[in-house]
Design a protein around this ligand. Structure first.
Ligand code: TXA
Ligand code: MG
Length: 348
């Protein structure tokens, strides 16, 4: 299949450039599009044949449900059962934006979207291109991240092109994604509001509106089974093996120790270091990728997936990553890092 690439300058474009991808979606095709978190791979959320193509193109397991993206609040009532005051408060505070909410679903939502669950995940993205596309297509869009299953999610269009060219009808290039990590998944369908996946909206921000919100236990104890089906899969894995470095303090003695230990452990392997600018500067005799300023976890988050893919482009075999504070955006960063490392650490 030929994949048409549409380049858009996100600060200066005419909506009619989105007419073609909207038509593709209406005809049951697949379109990759930018959102503020990561690129999504969209299909009509009410068309089972179109939805099947998403799973095929990504090589995604069928028991991993999809997020449905909407552009206006009216579309929500078509898809989900009646909801309460809490949902209304959360929606008015965080939508549009990087928060996915789990609701009880209506029958109109096909089982293939929800992997047979009686709940559905809904998100209203803040990306103007994404919302305009949904509006023009005039249908809700089911969209997982636009990567092959298992790979880091794409935050730049080149990674979508790499993974999906020839497999889908159209890719919209809207530049780089600002947040760089996927949305927070918040389950409001049960007794206790629960974060199933940490992401673009931090736990601290949610607490301001939902005083009793908790993390799914599987996010704290990796041996528990996650409530969100997708969280159990291997994820965000580059070809390189990733290790998270754990240390108390990085003085010159420690840096010497780390360098010797790594040389011994990974004989003849190409090693790379990843972390904040302050961290990688200490290992500059090796191949390094800086994720940004240590004090700016939003910047670190926005560069993480891109960096993981860059190591592969440079045939790095072992990546040693800094570990970050488990608070604010650090929770989402450490969640993705731990998954890409398969929870492997080096303690020093
Ligand atoms: O930022 C994002 O959320 C991106 C952009 C494209 O919007 N999308 C994304 O989709 O990350 P995906 O498919 O890669 O991740 C969806 C997550 C999975 O962990 C899935 O298991 C969970 O949402 N999920 C979807 N429906 C669910 C449901 N009914 N109950 C629990 N978890 C659900
Ligand atoms: Mg994904």
């Amino acid at each position: 299949m030929e994949t048409k690439i549409i380049r858009i300058d996100k600060d200066n474009y005419f909506n009619k450039i989105l007419n073609y991808p909207a038509k593709v979606l209406n005809e049951g095709g697949l379109v990759a599009f930018p959102t503020e978190t990561v690129y999504g791979l969209g299909a009509n959320a009410l068309d089972e044949d179109a939805l099947l193509k998403i799973f095929e193109a990504k090589g995604r397991p069928a028991d991993n449900p999809l997020i449905v993206h909407i552009a206006n609040i009216d579309e929500l009532d078509v898809l989900v059962e009646e909801y309460g005051l809490l949902e209304k408060k959360v929606i008015s505070k965080f939508w549009p934006g990087p928060l996915t909410i789990i609701f009880k679903k209506k029958d109109i939502v096909p089982d293939i979207v929800t992997a047979g669950l009686d709940t559905v995940a809904i998100r209203m993205p803040s990306s103007k291109i994404a919302r305009k596309l949904i509006e023009l297509a005039n249908i809700p869009l089911a969209a997982p991240s636009a990567n092959l299953s298992g790979k880091p999610s794409p935050t730049v269009v080149d990674h979508v092109i790499e993974d999906l060219t020839g497999k889908i009808e159209c890719i919209i290039d809207g530049g780089n994604c600002e947040v760089g990590l996927e949305s927070t998944v918040l389950d409001l369908s049960g007794e206790i509001p629960t974060v199933l996946r940490p992401g673009g909206v931090t736990y601290e921000k949610l607490l301001e509106v939902i005083p009793n919100v908790i993390f799914d236990e599987a996010l704290i104890n990796k041996d528990m089974t996650p409530k969100s089906p997708g969280m159990k899969y291997v994820h965000y894995s580059p070809e390189a093996e990733v290790y998270i470095l754990e240390y108390d303090e990085l003085n010159s003695q420690k840096i010497f120790e780390i360098n010797s230990l790594i040389k011994e452990k990974f004989i003849n392997k190409k090693i790379g270091f990843m972390g904040s600018r302050q961290f990688v500067n200490k290992f500059n005799k090796n191949f390094t990728i800086s994720l940004g300023n240590k004090e700016d976890l939003n910047e670190i988050a926005s560069n993480l997936f891109n960096a993981l893919r860059k190591f592969d482009e440079h045939d790095v075999e072992v990546v040693i990553s800094e570990s970050f504070k488990n608070e604010g955006m650090g929770v989402a960063i450490m969640n993705r890092l731990n998954k890409s490392a398969g929870y492997k650490t080096i303690k020093i």
